[in-house]
Write a protein that binds this ligand. Structure first.
Ligand SMILES: C[S@@+](CC[C@H](N)C(=O)[O-])C[C@H]1O[C@@H](n2cnc3c(N)ncnc32)[C@H](O)[C@@H]1O
Length: 508
């Protein structure tokens, strides 16, 4: 049985505690500038609202990274709100508040005017009434020039597999217990059905494949993904139409590679798409070309459509940095669906420039100017490197926030070790979170406490692992002897010193 306030949404099971970097103000600003819109100034107070914030991880991490801004998370599930509040308190982030409200109950007078409104994994999982309320909140509370992020399940990518969801709902309804309890038996039966002769699965081999991967996703995720009474699939153009209701215009994708048709499809297909007159049709054709299944759209309220020089200045002010180990900053990488080799002359200049600190795009243009045939080539390369994940849109060029964040991050590391789980260290410079698991957390703690040599780190790692009852495994297999533990600890420490300590230094 579910109560009325749930509107058919799963509330018996808690959602997972994911962190999503695409929701960062810095990331959204980059998409805005890339698409000819003014970014929101991040060095002064701004307001950020997350609708359907779940356990509040993403918003809390960003609140930690932008202490001068105000963050608000809204969710109608009291268990989610209680856990979100507890998490923010545990790591000492106090510029975020969480409201336990259904979208329909959220009065605009309760909220400030917002610069950012984001919703991840919400829009296509709630009913039409809740979607209309979301648009009302955006219409009433987003500032002119404000940015919106909305992610959703899309068509045509889900077309073939959507009957799987129907099957799961029906099997779950036929099973005793609540919806969360029903996920396990439903998956078991579906797996068995995969083995019998269903023409549906035979004619849709990719769907049979999807079915096989479902089990790995975890019951809580699957309950929220599939078992709500509403599960609506959208074409991107229809989402754009609905968002127009809230005075929004589509800007681009927070899945950065998806802003570059050339990296998604072959040349002929790209040409066909690019020669279509309206952006709307180009967008739809691209969805068909890549069989788009999940979109992360960024909208603006009032598209300023900056002209050439204005756009150059707005984009030029965006800082880019690197959050990957130097060894992974390779001259060849996957971008979208392509293997791309980066421009030979410019690549080393950029790699070198961001090695120790972030640089603005304008700065990187300057650094490359002598070696570039055309200035546009530098911008294109920077966008490609960012889409590849080699570069990340940062929040700032320098941060004087060291002491406050050191204490927050100490709590994050303690939490990772105590709960033996993945957490996010917070960087004010990058304006985002850096994933850390329990073993890395022990190493970071030891490193920050002064253990900088391999020997000292290894000793501390083994000692702490013993204290907290953790043991290392090799390729998923538990270690059997002390010598094996030591050998793996040694490898982990070498990797940490080679890769992670440099990132730590760059992030201050
Ligand atoms: C799939 S979860 C996504 C949570 C979070 N955004 C994330 O990605 O981790 C959807 C969230 O929306 C909340 N939600 C669903 N319907 C809602 C409504 N009508 N009002 C407020 N929150 C709602 C749920 O409780 C849930 O936490």
């Amino acid at each position: 049985m579910t109560a009325d306030w749930t509107q058919g949404y799963v509330t018996e099971t808690l959602y997972t505690d994911g962190f999503f970097r695409e929701l960062s103000p810095a990331w959204l600003n980059y998409v805005a500038a890339l698409k000819g819109c003014l970014p929101i100034p991040l060095d002064r107070p701004f307001t950020y609202l997350e609708l359907g914030c779940g356990l509040g991880r993403s918003a809390t991490v960003f609140a930690g990274a932008f202490p001068q801004a105000r963050f608000i998370g809204v969710d109608f599930n009291p268990a989610h709100i209680a856990l979100a509040r507890r998490y923010a308190e545990a790591i000492g982030v106090d510029n975020i508040s969480f409201l336990e409200r259904g979208f329909a109950d959220l009065q605009s007078s309760e909220l400030p005017e917002c610069d950012f409104i984001v919703l991840h994994g919400v829009y296509t999982w709630v009913n039409a009434t809740a979607r209309a309320e979301i648009r009302r909140i955006i219409r009433e509370n987003l500032k002119p020039g404000g940015l919106v992020y909305v992610s959703y399940n899309s068509l045509p990518g889900w077309a073939a597999a959507s009957p799987l969801r129907k099957l799961m709902v029906e099997i779950a309804a036929d099973t005793h217990g609540d919806r969360a309890e029903a996920v396990g038996p439903a998956l078991d039966l579906m797996e068995e059905l995969n083995g019998v002769n269903f023409a549906y699965l035979k004619t849709n081999p990719s769907t049979a494949q999807t079915l096989k991967t479902l089990k790995a996703r975890g019951k809580n995720y699957l309950a929220h993904e599939f078992l709500n009474s509403e599960w609506k699939l959208f074409y991107s153009v229809d989402i754009a139409d609905e968002m127009a209701d809230a005075k929004l215009t589509y800007l681009g994708s927070a899945t950065l590679a998806e802003n570059h048709v050339e990296y998604l499809v072959d040349k002929g297909t790209a040409e066909k798409i690019n020669t279509q007159r309206s952006p709307r049709l180009r967008q739809l054709l691209l969805d068909y070309a890549i069989n788009q299944r999940f979109r992360r759209d960024v909208f603006v309220r009032g598209h300023q459509r900056l002209d050439g020089i204005e756009r150059e200045v707005a984009l030029g002010a965006i800082p880019l940095g690197s959050l990957i180990p130097e060894s992974q900053f390779t001259a060849k990488a996957k971008v979208g669906n392509r293997e791309v080799t980066f421009a030979e002359k410019l690549f080393p200049l950029i790699k070198d420039a961001v090695k120790e600190r972030p640089r603005t795009i304008a700065d990187l243009r300057r650094i490359c100017s002598a070696a570039a045939d055309r200035p546009a080539n530098v911008d294109h390369l920077l966008a490609t490197l960012t889409a590849a994940g080699h570069l990340t849109p940062f929040a700032r060029l320098s941060s004087a926030d060291g002491n406050r964040l050191a204490s927050v991050n100490k709590s994050v590391l303690d939490l990772a070790v105590a709960t033996k789980s993945r957490q996010q260290m917070i960087s004010a410079l990058a304006g985002t979170g850096i994933a850390v698991d329990a073993v890395e957390a022990i190493l970071y703690e030891a490193y920050l406490a002064g253990a900088k040599t391999a020997k000292a780190l290894e000793k501390r790692l083994l000692q702490r692992l013993h204290e907290v009852g953790l043991s290392l495994s090799k390729r998923g297999q538990p270690t059997k002897t002390v010598e094996e533990q030591q050998a793996i600890a040694g490898e982990i420490v070498v990797r940490f010193l080679a890769e992670k300590s440099a990132i730590l230094a760059q992030l201050g």
